[in-house]
Structures are given as C-alpha cells and as structure tokens.
Design a protein around this ligand. Structure first.
Ligand code: ADP
Ligand code: MG
Length: 461
C-alpha cells in the first residue's frame, strides 16, 4: 500500500477531529454509524459530513452502507493518526521513502529536524495472516471479537517493549525511539538484511555470533521465533543487528523447544546454502545412532540455562503487560504454529526478495510537517489511541486492496452524504435528538460519547 504522506499536509484540524471520532467509534463498532461520528466530532452546522467526504476521497476512511450508513478507518487513516501524533510529539518532522515491506508491516524512513534519519515501522496485522485465519473457521469463531487495528497496535507495543528491554540487556537491536498506535519509531540500521548479502569476509564468525544470540536470548527467557536472514541485518563491518520482535515467545511456552530448534535450523540451512558452510552433524551418510556425535556444536534447547520472566519488569515498564502479552500471543500463536515445520520467512526462494524490491521511492522531503506546540495536549491525544480497547465487533474485514480499487467518487454516496449533511444542519437547528431517533441505527453508547473527556481529547487536535 502506498503511503501518500503529501495528503497529510492538507488535512485540517477538522479532518483530524473527524478521523479521531471514527477511531473512537471503532472501540465498539466495526462500522461506525455516521450519526455517531457526527455526534462525537461535534462540528458545527453539519460540518462532519463534508469532512467525511474529504477523508473518503483520500482513502483514509472506508464507507459501508450494508447494514446502516457508516465508516471505518482504513490502515492509511490509522497511519495518519499515528504519524500526526509522532510529529506533534516532535519525534520526527518528515516521512521519506519506503525501505522495507515486511510480512506484516511497511517500513519508512523518517527524519528529525536536524536531519537524523530513523526507521518507522507501521504494523499491518491481518494483511497476510487474515487470509490464513479466515481459512481456519474454528479459530476465528472463538475469537470473533478481534479488531485488526487493535491487534496491530498490540504488535507495535510488543515490538517496542521488547526492543527497549533487549537493548537494555546489551543485545544488538535498533534503538527503540517511540511508539504510538501501530507505529514504532527506531534507529535506522546501517546495513542490509542478511538475505541480500552474497559474500562475507568471515562467515564462520557471523554464524557463531548469530547462534550465540539465539542462545543468549534463551538465557534471557526468550525465543525470537522468526530468526532468519530477513530479520538479521548486517553492516559493512559484518556487525549483526537483529530486528522484528512481535512474534517472540517465552522459553516457558509449550512449544518453546520447537521454536528454538526452528530458529537454529534456519541459520544452519541459510549458512550452508548461501556461504557453503558444512556441518558435521548434517552428514547424512553417518548413522547418528551408531556414533558418538559431538552435539555440543549445535545449540540445544535443553542445554541452555534459561531464565523465564527475566525481562518481564522491563516489558511492563513500556506498558506491555501480561494481559497484553497473552492477547497477542493467542493471536500470533495461530500464525507461528501454521509455519511450524515450514520455514517462516526463512528461505530465499519464498518471494520476499521480490517483495523487498517493491518499495515505493519517495523523496525524503516529500513531507515537511510543521511541528505543533502540543506539549499539553500530548497526553490526552495519546489516550485516544493508547486506551483503545478490544472492540466487540465481528470481523468481516475485506482486504485493503478491495478498498483501494473502490470508486470513492461514487455519485450515490456523494449524494447521500450531502443529504445527510443537509439533514444534520436542519437537525442542528431543531435539536439533534429528533434526527437521531429517526435513524434506523440506535447508538447504545451515545451518552458516553458525549462526555466532556472525549470532547477534551478531540479539542487537543
Ligand atoms: P516484518 O515484521 O513485516 O517482517 P521487519 O521488521 O522484519 O518487518 O522489517 C522488514 C524490512 O524492513 C527488513 O527486512 C529490513 O530490510 C527493513 N527494516 C526494518 N527495520 C529496519 C531498521 N531499523 N533499519 C533499517 N531497515 C529496517
Ligand atoms: Mg521481518
């Protein structure tokens, strides 16, 4: 998906206010009724409908009139809310080119005022996994109340918390800068994913370093679960940095040994194939049952001195609590178990190389956002995104592609929005109650959406 950040420059305060109102409504509606959006946003003279039209035009919202007239955020809309928050916080001032397309994320360069370049990862849970989940009806039935925005936010928070904790324990990871909604900002790794490296000066040293990391992670109570050439970055001095942490599990996980072995196997396989390294234990001509094999060379789960829960305190400090760990683990488990026996991202033939090339190149200066003085509003605005709870919606979300191809200029829709706007203006002069009661949709949570706290949050935009 293309992130056309230019649009961000032209979005007004009202636009963000309505976008935020939709986000709030999505806490308990899959599709947020237009009337509710209007009520939350509380723009004067039916202004909400005009803004909705604009947001729809820029694909920040998706319109759905199948059950009642309503909207939901698209990933792009969610991106903009997170980016705006980061800019308001002074984390970065510009978004540049896309540098990576991961399995479940898009990675962009962002720059600070002083020109420092960092990496911004936008999590897209559900982009690929949804298809897998969809095919597992039972799995879905038990968890029909997951909201993809919420899951992506959890994934980002998990990644941020782990990155920070690992950094504190001296692991070679990017510096975790900040996190909001589904967005993580981190330092830019100067190097390339190992998958792009054709030659190494010291493959043995790199190999040992990487295996050492798997062991040290386990000693700290963790297994990466996706430790492969796509998630290991290497610089010109052959220094290793590991990335991509949303799927990490504890060594106390019931399948911990299998995940540990899989991570180790991925590394063996890749170094064998790419750098032609040979490993004694892979000698198929030797019957291992008859010889006293030297197992000490290959790390084994049982021989590692593991300390589960070692990082719990650090993780909680970033706001990633046990409850959140459980929630995301339950979802991700479905995915990594799917991969079990397979290779995760881990082979060079699975199309990721071409995926990496599908980057959208945009000038770094494509967006220069004025940093707003919002120190006081910072906390309130955070709460909007960060207090977002699991919504009790059922998931029938179609792919983002579908909505991209959708004709947003649909004349009927424009007509209906204009009509709604006119009605809202009329209702405003008569009092909103009449209007709401005429609508087929009944807002059960209507009262609470009127409270002053929300208004205060909205005013912070
Ligand atoms: P996913 O979880 O979707 O696999 P990753 O975190 O692995 O996402 O990132 C995908 C790609 O983006 C990586 O393979 C790498 O090329 C690039 N990338 C991610 N983080 C950084 C970073 N901090 N610095 C430089 N490149 C990065
Ligand atoms: Mg990855």
């Amino acid at each position: 998906m293309k992130l056309d950040v230019d649009v961000l420059r032209y979005l007004s305060r009202e636009d963000f206010r309505v976008l935020t109102a939709v986000e709030m409504g999505m806490r308990n509606h899959e599709i947020v009724p237009s009337v509710l959006i209007d009520r939350i946003a509380s723009l004067k003279h039916g202004g909400t409908y005009k803004v909705l039209k604009n947001l729809l035009k820029h694909k920040l919202l998706h319109h759905d009139a199948s059950k009642y007239d309503g909207f939901r955020l698209t990933y792009l809309g969610y991106d903009f809310l997170a980016i705006k928050t980061m800019v308001n916080r002074g984390v970065f001032t510009a978004v540049g080119r896309q540098i990576g397309v991961g399995k479940e994320s898009d990675i962009f360069e962002v720059s600070r005022e002083d020109g420092t370049i960092m990496a911004m990862k936008l999590h897209r849970l559900g982009r690929t996994s949804f298809r897998a989940v969809k095919s597992k009806r039972d799995y879905l039935r038990h968890r029909n109340n997951y909201n993809w925005l919420y899951l992506s936010r959890l994934a980002a928070l998990k990644e941020y918390a782990f990155m920070k904790a690992l950094e504190e324990h001296g692991f070679p990871v990017p510096n975790a800068v900040d996190c909001n909604r589904h967005c993580v900002v981190m330092s830019l790794v100067q190097g390339y994913p190992l998958v792009q490296v054709k030659e190494l000066q010291n493959p043995e040293v790199v190999f040992e370093t990487i295996l050492g990391l798997i062991v040290r992670l386990a000693e700290h109570g963790l297994i990466h679960c996706d430790f492969n050439e796509f998630n290991i970055m290497i610089d010109d001095d052959e220094k290793v940095t590991m990335i991509d942490f949303p799927q990490m599990v504890s060594v106390s996980h019931r399948n911990a040994e299998m995940y540990f072995d899989r991570d180790v196997e991925c590394i063996y396989k890749f170094f064998g194939k790419r750098f032609k390294m040979t490993f004694e234990e892979h000698d198929d001509n030797v019957d291992v049952s008859e010889v006293d094999t030297d197992e000490s060379s290959r790390p084994s789960f049982s021989s590692v001195n593991k300390t589960a829960g070692f990082l719990d305190k650090e993780l909680a400090a970033s706001g990633f609590t046990r409850k959140e760990q459980d929630e995301i683990e339950r979802f991700i488990e479905g995915d990594i178990e799917d991969d079990a026996g397979g290779e995760g991202e881990g082979t060079e033939d699975n199309g990721h190389e071409s995926e990496l090339n599908q980057t959208t190149i945009k000038d770094l200066d494509s967006l220069k956002l004025e940093q707003e003085k919002t120190t006081s509003s910072h906390n309130e605005e955070d709460r909007i995104g960060e207090s977002q709870q699991t919504s009790n919606v059922s998931q029938s979300r179609e792919s983002e592609n579908e909505e991209e191809s959708e004709d947003v200029n649909d004349a009927q829709l424009v007509k209906s929005l204009t009509k709604q706007r006119r009605r809202a203006i009329a209702a405003a002069s008569r009092g909103r109650k009449n209007y709401a009661s005429r609508n087929s949709y009944k807002d059960k949570g209507g009262k609470s959406s009127h409270n002053s706290k929300i208004q205060k949050q909205l005013n912070s935009w």
